[in-house]
Design a binder for this molecule. Structure first.
Ligand SMILES: Cc1cc2nc3c(=O)[nH]c(=O)nc-3n(C[C@H](O)[C@H](O)[C@H](O)COP(=O)(O)O)c2cc1C
Length: 318
């Protein structure tokens, strides 16, 4: 039987969370589709104005049929972190999840607004700290994940350590694409799984068709690591732009001062905006390590149904 995931007031039919993907890769439309299919959807706040974030939240709400849970992910590294988190809390989303770090403040806001906070971490030490500060759940993310990375260790190593360190639900993330992958994580003590790369190749993901096509065409050695100006490594697909970054030759045309701290090696905001709107040669295409296993674009409902069938079958086999 598929175990019931419970995080604060949320008890989705399936223990599957769609990970937040910045610069409008995960919008209200995708999050609502995941929520309607029995999982938990995440709108990425990073890269949106406060007005745009409100619009995405409203859009998701109008698309959700019945009970469906949606939250907002904001990268801790962005200057607008506090404003975006507070806006989402005022809009009464079901949860907030912070990427690549967290602040003490957000737990105080969580208390004030009554909105649960989920922290993404890559170590037992940070999981413990987040629990102590008041996190409702932990996403334990391994090096296989797409986007910014907090570790070079595989998920299978990190997960049991995090599970042993905390008493709150632990969600496994990084490189999971099938129900079998999720079952393996549940057997290692996870209460659920967060998937992102799999949901890019969905009909409801609003990234440009060229962005999605790059996912479908990717082979294992098309996945690379870059040094992000945020000060962390990032997992992305090899293209003309990653080549330029590795040569230290990616030009910065105009600084939007979007980050709290930026090492100005290239403009991450410009690079992510370009790729999601279709300029996949000159933009940065974040993707997880298992992207090569995804070969078709499907409706979210079908992705979720297949994951559930496979997960159920794998949990029943010894
Ligand atoms: C295109 C893309 C953008 C991402 N953007 C964010 C983000 O803005 N904030 C964040 O916390 N994680 C981000 N991630 C990480 C995912 O939310 C997720 O935890 C991770 O990718 C899971 O691994 P998977 O993609 O192999 O399923 C991103 C991942 C991808 C593929």
């Amino acid at each position: 039987m598929i175990p019931q995931l419970k995080i604060a007031h949320m008890h989705p039919r399936l223990p599957i969370i769609q990970g937040g993907m910045a610069y409008s890769v995960s919008t209200g439309k995708l999050a609502a589709a995941v929520a309607n299919a029995g999982g938990i959807g995440t709108i990425a706040g990073t890269g949106l104005t406060l007005q745009e974030l409100s619009t995405e939240i409203q859009k998701a709400r109008t698309l959700i049929k019945g009970t469906g849970y949606i939250g907002v992910n904001v990268l801790f590294a962005v200057k607008q972190f506090a404003e975006l988190v507070l806006k989402a809390m005022q809009e009464k989303v079901d949860f907030i999840v912070s990427g690549a770090g967290f602040s003490r403040d957000m737990f105080a806001w969580s208390q004030e607004y009554g909105i649960p906070v989920i922290a993404i971490v890559s170590s037992a030490r940070l999981a413990k700290l987040a629990e102590k500060l008041g996190a409702a759940a932990i996403v334990a993310e391994g090096k296989e994940a797409g986007g910014h990375l907090g570790t070079d260790r595989p998920l299978k190593e990190i997960l049991p350590e995090v599970v042993a360190a905390v008493d709150i639900p632990v969600i496994a993330a990084g490189g999971l694409t099938t129900g079998k992958d999720i079952a393996e994580m549940i057997k290692l003590g996870a209460s659920g799984a967060q998937l992102a790369t799999r949901f890019v190749a969905s009909e409801e993901c609003e990234a440009h068709p060229k962005f999605k096509q790059m996912f479908l065409a990717a082979e294992q050695d098309d996945v690379t690591l870059i040094n992000s100006p945020v000060g962390l490594p990032g997992r992305a697909l090899r293209n003309r732009f990653t080549q330029l970054i590795s040569q230290g030759a990616a030009p910065i045309k105009k600084c939007e001062q979007c980050l709290k701290r930026c090492n100005h090696t290239f403009c991450i905001s410009d690079a992510l905006k370009k790729s999601v709107s279709g300029d996949t040669d000159n933009g940065l295409v974040f993707a997880g390590e298992s992207v090569n296993k995804i070969k078709e674009i499907l409706p979210v409902r079908e992705i979720m149904d297949r994951l559930a069938l496979d997960l159920d079958a794998c949990l029943q086999s010894p």
